[in-house]
Write a protein that binds this ligand. Sequence first.
Ligand code: GAR
Length: 194
Amino acid sequence: KHPIAILISGRGSNMRSLIDACAQPDYPARIALVLSNRPDAPGLETAREAGLNTVAIDHKPFGKDRAAHERAVNAALRDAGVEIVCLAGYMRVLTPYLVHAWQGRMLNIHPSLLPAFPGLHTHAAAIAAGASTHGCTVHLVTDGVDEGPILGQADVPVLKDDSPDTLAARVLSQEHVLYPAVLAQFCETLDTHQ
Ligand code: GAR
């Protein structure tokens, strides 16, 4: 099984869906580490309760030195023997250092149908733009934020009375299906190219 790390900053519901997938005997990945840049992230507690190896590397003591924070993150990933990094609501923009260290091995889930609505507040943006379809994307992480090659997408309708919250909930339930499916496929691609 491919050892993965899941990087979170908050709730960790996508992490939960990956934990559940990895618990299946025939799933091609296993969780080597759950890492958060926020020591108080509720998802960290979920991961601990699931008996997973967790670490918090708070970005705050590093101040403006993003590179130093990322060196610490990278060291933790290497120490845990990680092969694939899954960003799951990890709300830090990465510098080229970490992106290049994991080139081709770092996935992110984003709550829109990229290239539409990169960045934050995607659900409000989709409603404001009058989009009839919205959704989520899993992509490889590259230097441009939310710009890497798309590995998979799932779409949902935007309903007439949607608020950003009702739309977010509809998208989130698709995220929970999409991420484990795309990760499994990604692992299989690695296997056939090794
Ligand atoms: C998810 O909707 C994820 O797509 C989004 O944050 C949420 C995290 O929820 N990610 C981004 O916006 C990345 N820029 P979760 O902690 O419950 O998985």
